[in-house]
Design a binder for this molecule. Structure first.
Ligand code: GLU
Length: 309
């Protein structure tokens, strides 16, 4: 496996000079990212780490947080209740669409888009906002293997400008999907999106999912094994928003991307992969990140279906 570092370095070198795409500017703090940053990490189920590029550079999780908060909502309320509130259907609409709430089912299509993720955040148990955030930080930290923190500048930047997410939360309340206080639920959602991580953290979190919920270093079972398949199926079908079908076809692995440029990929039973590069395509995915994952997964033949092809 020591060749993995060479492979990652080659991939890094191959794509580092691609400067297509744009930074996320709708959250003003994210527009300050350094577009040259690019890192890629792998963590195996045994906890071995490989990497190339800026693997220690911190960025905020943004939507990469969504599967993990959904996991906590499942732990808090069970599958039946959560399924009654948030669907499991992919959507062809953008990540921040509110069309399905208004026109169709009146509930979020799935927990990987903003409407479903805001609903999931509203279901997190705790006696007050501080305890709810702490429970999210504790869970995310147990996936990463060390404590994680919120970037308050990014949190405040999103909070001030999130008119569309605020509209989504009001619709969720209007249609009886959420019960909790709207502003508190939104704050928790913005805070989870503003948790700082680097590509090694993403790879470690992904490796924990790849290993049935057992953190590769601490060996702790951080989430019920029973919920892993819920998370991985949803990441497979919905994790890449309105290009999830394209991703399932070209890469064939559960994944979740975020608008800061992070991308987390799970290779079930084998490894976790994390990539970061902030220049985005029109769907909101890291351009270098997607190219790097395509190259890596093709080189190692990692598509979940390739073993049977
Ligand atoms: N916090 C971001 C938002 O709600 C997350 C979106 C994303 O990463 O795709 O707009």
């Amino acid at each position: 496996m020591h060749d993995l570092n060479n492979l990652l370095l080659n991939i890094y070198e191959k794509f580092k000079n691609i400067n297509d795409g744009h930074l996320a500017t709708y959250i003003p703090e994210l527009a300050k990212a350094n577009s040259a940053d690019f890192g890629i990490s792998i963590v195996t189920l045994e906890g071995k780490t490989y990497g190339a590029g800026n693997c220690k550079k911190n960025f905020t999780l943004q939507s990469v947080s969504k599967p993990f908060t959904y996991a906590l909502a499942l732990e808090d309320h069970g599958r039946e209740f959560i399924r009654s509130k948030i669907g499991v259907e992919p959507t062809g609409d953008a990540f921040n669409s509110l069309i399905e709430l208004e026109e169709q089912s009146h509930r979020p299509y799935n927990p990987m888009i903003n409407s479903g993720a805001i609903a999931a955040s509203s279901f997190i148990k705790g006696k007050d906002a501080i305890e709810r955030l702490q429970r999210i930080l504790d869970l995310f930290g147990s996936f990463a293997g060390h404590p994680l923190q919120v970037d308050h500048q990014v949190f405040l930047s999103e909070k001030k400008t999130a008119h569309r997410n605020r509209a989504i939360a009001h619709l969720l309340k209007h249609f009886g999907v959420i019960d909790a206080d709207i502003e508190e639920s939104l704050d928790l959602y913005f805070q989870q999106c503003s948790i700082l991580s680097n590509t090694e953290d993403l790879a470690m979190m992904a490796a924990t999912l790849a290993g049935g919920g057992i953190q590769p270093i601490t060996k702790k079972q951080v989430i019920s094994r029973d919920y892993i398949r819920d998370l991985l199926s949803l990441m497979f079908t919905c994790g890449m928003y309105d290009s999830s079908g394209e991703w399932a076809y070209s890469v064939g692995l559960p994944a979740k991307s975020g608008v800061s440029g992070g991308l987390l990929v799970v290779v079930p039973g084998k490894m976790g992969i994390g990539v970061y590069s902030p220049l985005l395509d029109s769907h909101g995915h890291s351009i270098r990140g997607v190219k790097a994952i395509e190259e890596l997964t093709h080189s190692l033949n990692l598509n979940v279906f390739s073993a049977h092809a």
